[in-house]
Design a protein around this ligand. Structure first.
Ligand SMILES: *Cc1c(COP(=O)(O)O)cnc(C)c1O
Length: 566
């Protein structure tokens, strides 16, 4: 029997057997399921039901809050029978689903807790959460104006606000949201690739091209090099100075060597705020170097400079802050740190493109990343022909889908970012960042003041502190230098790595049991000159609720853990 014959056969049978289509069993199910959707026509009672259901879900989680930095008592994660999961035959009531959803958050970290200093994960503001909720309910699609209408303006407005903040001309710049800082780097390198090897988008990569960044740049460079077809081994790393910023002399000799070998440079990635240590590359100097070398080597393109400022961008709110008058009344140490960060970020406006994560230092939920180009004209390099997508873009003017990698694109990111920029304004962000930096300064002071602890990124001016702890008898004034440079000290370095890992495990266990501060650790803050990784304990303060008492408590906990190491 062919499909056609089967269809006809079934049709005849079905028509004969259904006597009452109105009362068919599926109707009852459909009626119930309809209640689980927001109503298309205003229905106050139903609205109340939806709002109340949201509240119940929130309440489930609120009940788990205590003075622990986690939701409920964290238990060892056990994915146990996860692979036994199957879809059931029948629907569940909405309330049952939300209650079960809440269970997934059992033991979850509370990033906003005053005793949470884990990583560069911020708590999200209420405004940004509501923005995400609205995007979820009304579900605009930023692929084009046809499916997003006015919502598209939130993206354009946010891009303009940030462009102005970082020093781009908002009229000339263009920006759109993408899937994380990794996505922003991908766009930057993609633009650069198209400049270095014109036509590669259409015809493929015909020549080897490289991307260059510091040894402390984010590993997203590897994803980007791999996924764009450059090859991970063509993501070249340049050494950093002790302040974790790229060594400009090393960069210049690296670029010269590449150019002399006739290699094409798809992109130079400058990191403005490294993830682990808040090292800030000198973007202005890198752009000057690029221009100088492009002249000297008579390049027929200008290597693209992308600033990975996903963390550092937020400090731009201090660009026009009067540090002398210090109207907001930060402490002198904080003022110095903020002013230094501002100074180091000065050349950000010279970059060709910038990545900005609102889900890091912008207090938004994941994912909210803006990719910004200084010159909107660059987007032509990415734009596919309209004729290849005849079913879209029939109406309206704003059609990011012509150049974005994504097709469907959520409005949650831009709406959340927009909401926070409005909610906080410059002074709100200044107060938040200033407070976080102030807390980090207190921590650094405290760590430097105790004999067994030492700060590794001591001259850093951000909110992240890398530090190490030592057993009795180690002189913390000289040990760092020996660990870094003395090959004869290799065994001791490894021993101390081990020691710090044990301290971390003890402090972590204490925090998870409710007596301490949650921090994290990095296995390699940097390599010693003889190639051994140096690990570090890491405090990343991003909670607006962080306070001095808890910052000092961290140091006490770390020191109290020492006698328990064996
Ligand atoms: C976090 C981070 C990234 C990656 O960004 P995602 O948003 O996680 O994709 C890239 N660069 C730096 C410096 C980062 O800190």
């Amino acid at each position: 029997m062919s499909w056609n014959e089967l269809a006809h056969f079934l049709m005849r049978r079905t028509i004969g057997s259904v006597s009452d289509p109105v009362n068919a069993p599926f109707r009852r199910i459909l009626e119930n399921v309809r209640q689980a959707f927001p109503q298309p026509v205003s229905d106050r009672k139903h609205d109340a039901y939806v709002a109340f259901t949201v509240l119940r879900a929130l309440d489930e989680l609120d009940r788990r809050k205590s003075n622990l930095p986690t939701l409920g008592l964290p238990e060892p994660v056990n994915h146990g029978n996860a692979t036994d999961a199957r879809i059931a035959a029948d629907p569940l009531p909405l309330e049952d689903v939300t209650a079960q959803l809440a269970e997934f958050l059992d033991g979850m970290f509370l990033w906003g807790h005053p005793r949470s200093q884990v990583n560069v994960v911020p708590p999200a503001s209420v405004a940004s959460v509501i923005a995400v909720l609205l995007a979820a309910i009304y579900n605009p699609n930023l692929v084009s104006e046809e499916s997003s209408l006015r919502v598209a303006s939130s993206e354009v407005e946010t891009a303009a606000m940030v462009a102005d903040l970082v020093g781009f001309d908002p009229e000339r710049a263009a920006g759109f949201f993408t899937f994380g800082g990794t996505g922003a780097t991908l766009y930057g390198v993609k633009l650069g690739l198209e400049k270095a090897l014109p036509g590669s988008r259409e015809h493929g990569i015909t020549e080897k091209a490289v991307l260059v960044s510091s040894g402390q740049s984010h590993y997203a460079r590897l994803s980007v090099a791999g996924w764009l077809g450059l090859g991970e081994e063509n993501a070249i790393q340049v050494r950093t100075r002790l302040d974790n910023a790229i060594d400009l002399e090393a960069l210049e000799s690296c670029l010269r060597k590449l150019l002399e070998e006739g290699r094409r440079i798809a992109c130079i990635i400058a990191t403005a705020g490294t993830t682990d240590a808040f090292g800030i590359d000198n973007v202005g100097a890198i752009v000057e170097m690029r221009d100088r070398l492009a002249e000297e080597y008579r390049l027929d393109y200008r290597p693209h400079v992308h600033a990975d400022a996903v963390i550092g961008w937020a400090w731009s709110v201090f660009k026009d802050y009067d540090f002398e008058r210090n109207e907001l009344g930060f402490r002198p140490r904080t003022v110095r740190a903020l002013a230094k960060a501002c100074h180091d970020l000065k050349g950000l406006d010279r970059a060709d493109s910038i990545g900005v994560d609102f889900h890091k230092t912008g207090f938004c939920p994941y994912i909210s990343t803006l990719f910004l180009t200084r010159d909107a004209g660059d987007l032509v390099l990415l734009t596919r022909g309209r004729e290849k997508m005849p079913y879209l873009y029939q109406t309206g003017e704003y059609h990011p889908g012509l150049w974005t990698l994504e097709t469907s694109r959520s409005a949650a990111g831009p709406l959340a970012a927009w909401a926070n920029l409005k909610l906080l304004g410059k002074n709100g962000l200044r107060a938040l960042l200033g407070h976080l930096v102030e807390m980090a300064e207190v921590l650094r002071e405290e760590l430097e003041g105790r004999a067994p602890t030492t700060v590794l990124n001591g001259n850093n001016v951000g909110t992240v502190t890398l530090f190490r702890v030592y057993p009795d008898g180690i002189d913390t004034f000289t040990v760092k230098e020996r660990e870094r440079n003395d090959p004869a000290y290799r065994d001791k370095l490894c021993e101390h790595n081990d020691y710090n890992r044990k301290i971390f495990e003890l402090v972590h266990a204490d925090a998870m049991a409710g007596h301490g501060v949650l921090i994290s650790m990095t296995d390699c803050y940097r390599h010693s000159t003889y190639g051994e990784p140096i690990n570090a304990l890491k405090s990343y303060i991003l909670s607006p609720f962080a306070d001095e008492e808890n910052v000092r408590a961290l140091v006490d906990n770390v020191i109290a853990a020492r006698p328990r190491v064996f």
